[in-house]
Design a protein around this ligand. Structure first.
Ligand SMILES: C[S@@+](CC[C@H](N)C(=O)[O-])C[C@H]1O[C@@H](n2cnc3c(N)ncnc32)[C@H](O)[C@@H]1O
Length: 279
């Protein structure tokens, strides 16, 4: 295995996540110890915007967190069935929220990899606290070159991580890791080939996160080139918009809410789930 960070670009992404202390992630995670770095799904309860002003912020934060946890639940639905002895990979695992949910739900082994050493340390601390460190482990590794054993995995997911890497390289590694019939699930933002190139709003999102959002078509080209055959493709755009509308009114808004809402409303960007099987 080569060194974890191969390029200046990867070093800059790692720096971003090593230094990230954004309240939109930390205050939500503090609610129940599930720390997510992804967006939410589903309608929000409008009553959180009403009621006593003194507790309004707390109500909104709890509601955003509920929607982010609901997003991870949807992702895990597409991995089923998973047995207790199965091994799963959370590729780009952040602070580990989706990994813990997978272990809670399936009882299975989960390895998470991230190029942020501070995230890996944080998530391993959470695994200890939760008493699951024998089954849920986080590693400072590159998802393009995980060093895990070939054919050892029942399932892999990427929860908002594919915009940091070349998809052909990524799916080559996943094809190596998955056993025959193994499942891959992806939730991602991607831009719309139909409306043309990268819109201004999508470019602003790229700049904000130091990422490189791919066109929708690229996912299917890269999956097909690596023996990964889609079984479900779900456009989650309409289901994620309420989250952004609530977040824009929240005390933890980061300023990126308007570009997301613009990109979704103008149709230049989608929030997509893809489930595919290794053949
Ligand atoms: C938006 S966060 C998503 C985190 C997590 N999947 C979640 O849903 O909470 C993106 C993650 O991708 C990771 N990442 C980016 N490039 C990576 C790479 N080449 N290898 C491993 N992890 C990577 C970052 O370190 C960060 O943890």
């Amino acid at each position: 295995m080569t060194s974890v960070l191969r390029t200046d670009y990867q070093r800059s992404v790692a720096d971003y996540w090593n230094n990230e202390r954004d309240p939109v992630n930390l205050r939500l995670g503090d609610i129940d110890g599930l720390y997510h770095h992804h967006y939410g799904l589903g309608e929000y309860d409008p009553s959180v915007l009403e009621g006593p002003a003194a507790t309004r912020d707390e109500r909104i934060i709890a509601e955003l967190h509920r929607l982010e946890t609901a997003q991870a639940d949807v992702l895990l639905d597409y991995l089923e069935p998973v047995a207790r002895e199965d091994r799963l990979l959370d590729a780009g695992s952040g602070r580990g929220g989706t990994s813990f949910m997978a272990n809670q739900r399936f009882g299975s082994f989960v390895d998470g990899v991230s190029i942020s050493e501070s995230q890996v340390a944080f998530a391993n601390g959470q695994a200890m606290e939760r008493g699951v460190s024998d089954r849920v482990r986080f590693h400072f590794r590159n998802m393009l070159d995980t060093g895990l054993e070939s054919g050892s995995l029942h399932g892999i997911w990427t929860n908002e991580t594919t915009m940091y890497v070349d998809l052909f390289e990524l799916y080559q590694e996943f094809a190596r890791l998955l056993r025959h019939g193994g499942r891959y699930v992806c939730i991602t933002g991607c831009y719309n080939d139909v409306t043309g190139g990268r819109s201004k709003a999508v470019s602003r999102i790229d700049e904000h996160y130091t990422c490189n959002i791919h066109p929708r078509s690229e996912y299917f080209r890269a999956l097909a080139a690596n023996g990964l055959v889609p079984i479900n493709v779900v456009d989650l755009t309409a289901q994620t918009m309420p989250y952004w509308e609530l977040r824009a009114q929240s005390p933890v808004a980061t300023g990126i809410e308007e570009p997301f809402l613009t990109a979704y409303r103008e149709g230049s960007f989608h929030y997509l789930l893809i489930a595919a099987d290794r053949i």
